[in-house]
Write a protein that binds this ligand. Structure first.
Ligand code: CA
Length: 227
């Protein structure tokens, strides 16, 4: 899953980005509002984290511009302590949630996770689909209650497919969701990872959770539960 971080304080931006990458997210970093607009409109993040005090284009204007152009990904704003009107203005401009500075990284991560989940239409941090369940807080996966060990990359791939249960997700889209923009984007790599994920989730081939649609992409085909 792809997160855009728009923050002009370099140390804070780097800290947030490192934390997110450590949890397997793909991160785009922008240091001003115009750059944030570029990444937001070109790379379609799953969530954007936007500081309100930004050079070149203020955070509120960035959010209004993205929304007016039809970008509907969730936006989490970073606001200064004691500035309650910032939250109201930010939410009014089209943000979905806020975190007050200074914050704990755990809180930021929990909110990013919650926004992604809600955008995917899941109400609970535990997603179940057939015998497969994932806990998005602990980032653990089980099949028929038996834990399955996945790499961070495999986990994100599974999450991308599961969040879009029943929909066809193209290889290009998965590549965009899972890699940084400067990464060598070879969509054949996705095939390898899908193969690995299938073997780990379904070693005897009884479940067939991921359908391949020739030339179109992949579809998670087990029914969603408890959404
Ligand atoms: Ca700032």
């Amino acid at each position: 899953m792809r997160v855009l971080v728009v923050e002009d304080e370099e140390a804070l931006r780097a800290g947030i980005a490192a934390e997110l990458r450590g949890h397997g997210y793909t991160v785009d970093e922008a240091s001003d509002g115009e750059e944030g607009h570029y990444f937001g409109s070109e790379f379609h993040p799953d969530v954007a984290i936007v500081d309100l005090g930004l050079p070149r284009l203020p955070g509120l204007d960035l959010i209004r511009r993205l929304r007016s152009e039809g970008h509907d990904f969730p936006i989490l704003i970073l606001t200064a302590r004691g500035r309650w009107e910032e939250k109201v203005d930010g939410l009014g401009a089209g943000a979905d949630d806020y975190v007050v500075k200074p914050f704990h990284m755990e809180e930021l991560l929990a909110r990013v996770n919650a926004l992604m989940r809600r955008a995917g239409g899941w109400a609970s941090p535990r997603l179940s689909s057939g015998p497969v369940s994932i806990d998005t807080r602990a980032q653990t996966v089980a099949v028929a209650e038996q834990p399955v060990e996945l790499t961070a990359f495999e986990y994100r791939l599974l999450e991308c497919l599961l969040m879009r249960t029943g929909e066809v997700v193209s290889k290009a889209e998965l590549t965009e969701r899972l890699y940084e923009q400067d990464f060598d984007r070879d969509s054949n790599v996705i095939e390898v990872f899908v193969g690995r994920l299938r073997r780990k989730l379904d070693p005897d081939g009884a479940l067939q959770p991921i359908e391949t649609l020739r030339g179109r992409g992949y579809r998670w085909r087990l029914p969603r539960e408890g959404a």
